[in-house]
Design a protein around this ligand. Sequence first.
Ligand code: SAH
Ligand code: SF4
Ligand code: F3S
Length: 441
Amino acid sequence: MAEPKKLYIKTYGCQMNVYDSERMAEAMGGKGYVTTDTPDDADMILLNTCHIREKAAEKVYSELGRFKPLKKAKPDLKIGVAGCVAQAEGAEIMARQPMVDLVVGPQSYHRLPELEAEAQKGRKALDTDFPEELKFEHLAKRPKARRAPTAFLTVQEGCDKFCAFCVVPYTRGAEVSRPVARVLEEAQDLVERGVREITLLGQNVNAYHGEAEGGAWGLARLIRKLAEIDGLDRIRFTTSHPNDMEDDLIAAHGDCAKLMPYLHLPVQSGSDRILKAMNRKHTAQQYVDLIARIRAARPDLQLSGDFIVGFPGETDEDFEDTMRLVETVRYGQAYSFKYSPRPGTPAAEKDAKMVAPEVASERLTRLQELLNRQQFEHQQAMVGRRASVLFEKAGRLEGQLVGKSEYLQAVHVVAPDSLIGQIAEVEITEAGPNSLGGRLV
Ligand code: SAH
Ligand code: SF4
Ligand code: F3S
């Protein structure tokens, strides 16, 4: 029998890309491809790219450059670019890097096998349409193999919010939700294959409104239904927008035991002036009040967030408002970025005053110091407490396993391999900035 062809996929960007890469690998599995961990022996290389900041997008071209010798040594090697850079730049990618055979945007992944066939015939293949049909419902089914205890499941894609800085509404398109029945089917299948924790994904996952009998369901109703699946023990969702945080979803944090006490709820800035310029459509106080309501429902909930510093026009006073908001809210974890102007977005088109790079860097350093301090405090507060840990894989040291607490913290424990895929009580004995250590109770 001929050796199967090998597919190397490198994934950048958000969790949705991770999910998409997995689905693309499965679709190509139907064409006889198996995945490989190295580009060196691959017959096809696929970069699943991110366009969110300039650095992320530029990485793609330097990575492509590195494949040149491989393509030279093996002219049959096919190179493809998928993801948000593919959507944003389309045919320009092939103009800039002629060894690229195939470009496919995020809404066209179900056409990847046809595009690969085109490329095999020596033709350049490109698809960056936003087709009517939903890609997931047309992608090949997953093989029934066992898999890791945690999985992503995309339930919603795209965004209608148009924050002034952000490319996502352009690269992922308008907001679409998958029908409830499809989501339940996929969740059931994952659980049958050993998955204990599912993270529901969407660019604005809490705007979910999936078609069901009797009308559309919101995210809270979907979560409650998923919670009925035997063997599914943990549910998470990401990423949410504050304006879509409806009452029943807040309530679910209080009364749905399988919904984990962790919420990623980006605010971007603590200044009303900047929030307005960003088109976030809420004030800092509204966000703070919202957090109070969520915490009233689930007092031990840990919050995560995203922040942008140096948005055009941001003054020292605006930045201090962000620092104050962080002090007020207190985050268990957070991501922060320097503003990066993105072609085609309103903020980049307007000639508002750019913040000097050294000022933006200094603000970012200060904000990150504060966020890191809060994260470390949250880590240390776990010492002496019990956490329930879902073990995922072998840890760094011999005999150790690593898993996640209900608050999404990494926990290292000496434990037998048989606990992989199981949830166990752990007494936390030590805390580092990014992980915890403990012993089985
Ligand atoms: N849908 C999510 C995530 C969007 S992208 C949300 O609404 O929050 C993830 C994060 O990248 C954003 O929350 C924002 O903090 C950051 N980001 C997006 N565009 C950016 C830009 N142009 N410059 C810097 N950071 C950006
Ligand atoms: Fe981007 Fe804003 Fe949509 Fe999030 S809500 S994806 S930041 S436009
Ligand atoms: Fe990046 Fe696209 Fe995700 S721009 S963050 S890969 S939606």
